[in-house]
Design a protein around this ligand. Structure first.
Ligand code: PMP
Length: 340
């Protein structure tokens, strides 16, 4: 797997790369992407340069993961598929998108795309966007197109020993300006600026405050802290996305008897946390060991963080009976299944 920034040379090969931090994602030759009802070769999954969403950020998307079953066999599990598809349609509703496919169509299309690519561990990216037709800010005259791609994305924010975060100078977008409950492409311009700033300053990730100075979320993850044994995360009304991993962690914590609070968190409270971590589909549970050059707790991965991370990794692979309701089993064709 190539690493480092995309080069023209890499783009000229028959493999197409997208860069996320230092991780290079490849959707290569022989892979399939679902576009408007059919599976097409990845090389042919193209959009017009005058696509509305490219100019005006009028797209919504999801990030879902599929994990190789921890119980052997030839299958994989898509984690909380129905919850992700529900959020996909909620985001589309906010942007008044007339998606031509129903809930079950998208669920089936996601399963078909995973199976067609035979990837037992993968990241799944469904996107709906106002397409090519009429330019101008109003998107409504344009058809809404839908695509689903999968790729291998092992380590988003790699740092097993914990990551170092900075509090960004960019404030998280505010609900009075943008609908923060929609997982919209437009929101990620704000995220990208924060992430660039963090990386350029030598940190792994940015934590953004809302316009009132309270913790909102990271560029693509929710934020948790542990103080005096209590697990805390900001409410969605402070600008946090209703993350599915966030909800998963809160539900696991309740089952485990860990006290949880969904409440506002100030910047200085983060500095005084005993433990802190980020949650997200791509990132999983990522311990934070430093914030703005201050050690979190003793600077190691916290006990509660470690415990929740361990349980989470079992849950997503079907090794925890209590949460199998969250898994959609996908049987892979043994002739095509790869073990990336
Ligand atoms: N906040 C933002 C801004 C995100 O992009 C994500 C990733 N979808 C999250 C939080 C975490 O959400 P989830 O756990 O559903 O992936």
């Amino acid at each position: 797997m190539p690493r480092g920034p995309c080069t023209l040379q890499s783009l000229q090969t028959k493999v197409y790369f997208a860069c996320y931090g230092s991780i290079v994602v490849s959707v290569g030759k022989g892979m399939k992407i679902w576009m408007n009802g059919s599976l097409v070769d990845a090389e042919d999954a193209k959009v017009h340069v005058l696509t509305h969403a490219l100019h005006y950020a009028t797209g919504i998307f999801e990030g879902i993961r599929c994990y190789e079953s921890g119980g052997g066999g030839n299958g994989s599990y898509i984690f909380r598929l129905h919850d992700h598809v529900k959020r996909f349609f909620s985001s589309a509703k906010i942007y008044m998108m007339d998606v031509q496919y129903g809930f079950d169509d998208i669920v089936d299309a996601i399963i078909d795309t995973v199976k067609a690519n035979g990837m037992r561990n993968c990241y799944i990216r469904p996107i709906a966007y106002y397409s090519y037709g009429r330019m101008g800010v109003n998107p409504l005259p344009n058809k809404v197109d839908v695509a689903i791609a999968v790729w291998k994305w092992d380590e988003y924010l790699s740092a097993e020993q914990g990551i170092r975060c900075m509090v960004s100078s960019w404030r998280r977008i505010d609900a009075r300006t943008m609908p923060v409950g929609a997982k919209a492409t437009a929101n990620y311009a704000n995220s990208a600026l924060a992430r660039i700033e963090a990386l350029k300053n030598g940190f792994d990730e940015a934590i953004m405050l809302n316009i009132n100075g309270m913790v909102a979320e990271a560029s693509a993850e929710n934020v948790f802290m542990v103080r005096d044994g209590v697990l805390c995360t900001p409410p969605t009304t402070d600008g946090a996305l209703a993350g599915i991993t966030r909800d998963t962690v809160l539900q696991i914590a309740k089952h485990e008897g860990i006290m949880c609070e969904v409440r506002s968190i100030s910047r200085d409270e983060l500095y005084l946390a005993d433990e802190a971590f980020l949650t997200g589909t791509a990132a999983g549970i990522k311990p934070i060991v430093m914030i703005d050059n201050r050690k979190v707790g003793d600077g190691g991965v916290g006990v509660i963080t470690k415990r929740l991370k361990g349980i989470y990794e079992d849950v997503v692979r079907g090794r925890d009976e209590r949460f199998v309701k969250w898994l959609t089993y996908v049987e892979m064709d043994s002739s095509t299944a790869t073990k990336p």
